[in-house]
Design a protein around this ligand. Structure first.
Ligand code: FES
Length: 387
């Protein structure tokens, strides 16, 4: 073979090797960049939940869990006796008080999830004690730790750690594969938020004819104005210990009274509502100057029982309140336009503040409310007393 041929072949081999090397490197780079994106997204997600938690934690009272150190005698009864366990949705069984609730259920052929094998790690054996909680022996240290992490209320117990000296009526809380996943993941990202019933004041506030404004202006201006508006009214909400639950376009839902130690929720909500109405002038003077329009808003408040807790898909859990009081507050806000009033409150809200002499009220409406039967009394809020 000629020398030129050998040189040519070597050159071709070198080029192929070079191309191969470049190809492998580009693959590696691609992999690295997607890993980086993933880390970035995860960080964003974590930052988001930390931020949410920090904001929310300002409003929730801390639940104190007694760090009881109990002897095995206190957590495991020695004197054997028969007790009755009434398992809702299954059967009543005669049980042995020296065995845990979980052991008793399993011995009686009642299914009770126990993913960690009864070691106080998974919480899938959780039960709610409907009657006889006073018969349950105190939580041991392992159960106390897990209850704290999962924010369990007093009546939620781990069947694998709980012994009872008397009869109980109970319900199992983890029933299928999806329940197991939810139970195990709960409290992993950050401390779980308690699920409970609370008496709160719920405020809804909405900009009237906002669609009109958004249709006639550039997206930049619409978002900018909304942020200016929320920033302005947010200060009033903040000053009155209101928790901004969510934004719904130009609407906002706010909870008052998450921390019962902070005073009358209705007073805070009404004060915030009046503050919002006053602060509207700041936004409107800007709007008049730059857009030749002004915002008109409606505010509605109801006061009553709601359920609070985190709901949603595991990657996007959201703390919120649900219940009739929430629906009612939204409907009351909807009535402001019809009654030509800026600010209406329900009768229960009115009753909780009327004797305090803090506010002046205007017209009283006896009206039907969409989606509700019967007539409801609504009160117009005018201003703080003495203004
Ligand atoms: S079985 Fe896992 S905590 Fe009870």
């Amino acid at each position: 073979m000629h020398q030129e041929h050998i040189v040519f072949i070597l050159l071709i081999i070198t080029i192929i090797l070079l191309i191969l090397k470049l190809f492998i490197q580009s693959k590696k780079l691609h992999k690295l960049s997607s890993q980086f994106d993933e880390i970035k997204n995860q960080t964003k997600l974590n930052e988001k939940s930390v931020k949410t938690e920090t904001y929310l934690s300002r409003f929730l009272p801390k639940i104190e869990y007694e760090e009881v150190k109990i002897s095995s005698e206190e957590s495991h009864p020695i004197n054997k006796k028969t007790i009755e366990l009434d398992v809702v949705d299954d059967k009543k069984i005669q049980a042995n008080n020296t065995k845990s609730i979980l052991e008793n259920l399993l011995n009686a052929g009642i299914e009770c999830k126990h993913e960690c094998g009864g070691n106080a790690r998974c919480s899938t054996c959780r039960i709610i004690v409907l009657e006889g909680i006073e018969n349950c022996l105190p939580r041991n240290l392992a159960e106390t730790e897990l209850a704290k992490k999962k924010s369990f209320s007093e009546e939620i117990r781990l069947a694998c750690q709980t012994y009872s000296s008397g009869n109980l009526k109970l319900r199992r809380l983890v029933l299928d594969k999806q329940d197991i996943e939810t139970a195990v993941n709960e409290g992993v990202a950050h401390n779980a938020i308690p699920k409970r019933e609370e008496k709160l004041a719920i405020l809804f506030c909405d900009i009237r004819s906002f669609t009109n404004f958004s249709e006639k202006n550039y997206p930049y201006d619409v978002i900018h104005m909304l942020n200016r508006y929320f920033n302005e009214i947010g200060k009033e909400i903040d000053e009155n210990s209101g928790y901004i639950d969510k934004y719904m376009g130009d609407g906002i839902m706010v909870l008052f009274g998450l921390n019962p130690k902070k005073g009358n929720p209705s007073v805070h909500a009404i004060q915030a509502g009046l503050g919002i109405l006053n602060s509207l002038e700041n936004i409107n003077s800007y709007l008049r100057k730059n857009f030749h329009i002004e915002f008109k808003i409606g505010i509605g408040i109801d006061y009553g029982n709601v359920l609070i807790g985190e709901i949603g898909y595991k990657l996007k859990m959201q703390f919120t309140a649900i219940g009739d009081t929430v629906n009612m507050a939204s409907r009351i806000e909807g009535m402001t336009k019809k009654t030509h009033s800026n600010f209406l409150i329900s009768d229960s809200t009115y009753q909780s503040v009327k004797d305090l002499g803090l506010f002046e009220f205007g017209k009283k409406f006896r009206t039907e409310i969409r989606g509700k039967s019967g007539l409801y009394v609504l009160h117009e809020v005018l201003q703080k007393s003495g203004n």
